[in-house]
Design a protein around this ligand. Sequence first.
Ligand SMILES: NC(=O)c1ccc[n+]([C@@H]2O[C@H](COP(=O)([O-])OP(=O)(O)OC[C@H]3O[C@@H](n4cnc5c(N)ncnc54)[C@H](OP(=O)(O)O)[C@@H]3O)[C@@H](O)[C@H]2O)c1
Length: 298
Amino acid sequence: MPFKDILLNDGRHIPAIGFGTWKIPKDVASGQVEQGIDVGFDHIDTAQVYRNEEEVGIALKESGLARKDFWLTTKWSGVDDKDPETSIKESLEKLKVDYVDLYLIHHPRLCKGDIEGTWKKLEKIKKEGYAKSIGVSNFSKEDLQELIASASIKPVVNQILLHPYVISSTTPLLQYMSSQHIVPEGYSTLIPLTSKPGGPVDKPVQKIADRLNVKPEQVLLAWSKAKDAVIVTTSSKKDRLEGYLDVGDIVLTPEDVKAIDDAGAKGELWEERRKKLAVGAKWTAAATLVGYALWSRL
Ligand SMILES: NC(=O)c1ccc[n+]([C@@H]2O[C@H](COP(=O)([O-])OP(=O)(O)OC[C@H]3O[C@@H](n4cnc5c(N)ncnc54)[C@H](OP(=O)(O)O)[C@@H]3O)[C@@H](O)[C@H]2O)c1
């Protein structure tokens, strides 16, 4: 069963898994995006700051896909202090399209304290047809509340960090977004494999992978799907990309999701304690140094 598109609050449907282009070097970006499209991805996620919009545009042109047959997201990242109106026009030119499907504010700090004014600029971009849908990224619950209080168009998505080691602190945000019909797009879901291997999440993920005869990365992406998130992931490898698309067929049980959530919460708690201990140790070291300096003056 392939992935089913997800309904947004503006009535449009977004493909439930996207191919991300962050950190892909310029010289291989076109090739990797082409590979993603060949494998079956019809949703590409880029950003002004990734500095590869031009290469993404080349890959999309080369693919021969009609404009209506792919979903394209880019983000206003405030590069060179350019405002959203200038940035979207430059992005469209680089991407070689007349519109993007989704335009996001990459981070709330780009609004420099004026979420209301910045969002108005995105609303104008949508009204002028440069973006079919508009949304945000890395917004907290408070940022969203501030935005919604003055918005005439609601953001359709909030693209956020979503992996088991942040799930316990992120759940209130997800619940708020659900109450507002703002769809989560989850990125860096594979962090337990890519940068935190050896943590408590490995065990339940491997156990589920063995039972379902799938790969650990597929279990983690299926976990994101179970959170009703649009998956934003990537790979340089064809077989891995094929495996990601097969996640459409993988359904975790509520017990699987809970086992991963619980292990993630354990890791989050452990991380917090480690940070506190590191801060404590720094203070102790500083106090020892000050003590020694005072003592040596006597
Ligand atoms: N809005 C934002 O602020 C923001 C921030 C970060 C990311 N994003 C978006 O989200 C996309 C994905 O982000 P991400 O790269 O952090 O996501 P990710 O899905 O967590 O990681 C993708 C990486 O995982 C590696 N991988 C897959 N399976 C693995 C395994 N079993 N063991 C070790 N490594 C494995 C892949 O490497 P191989 O190439 O070797 O397969 C790939 O580079 C980005 O490209 C970007 O579009 C947005």
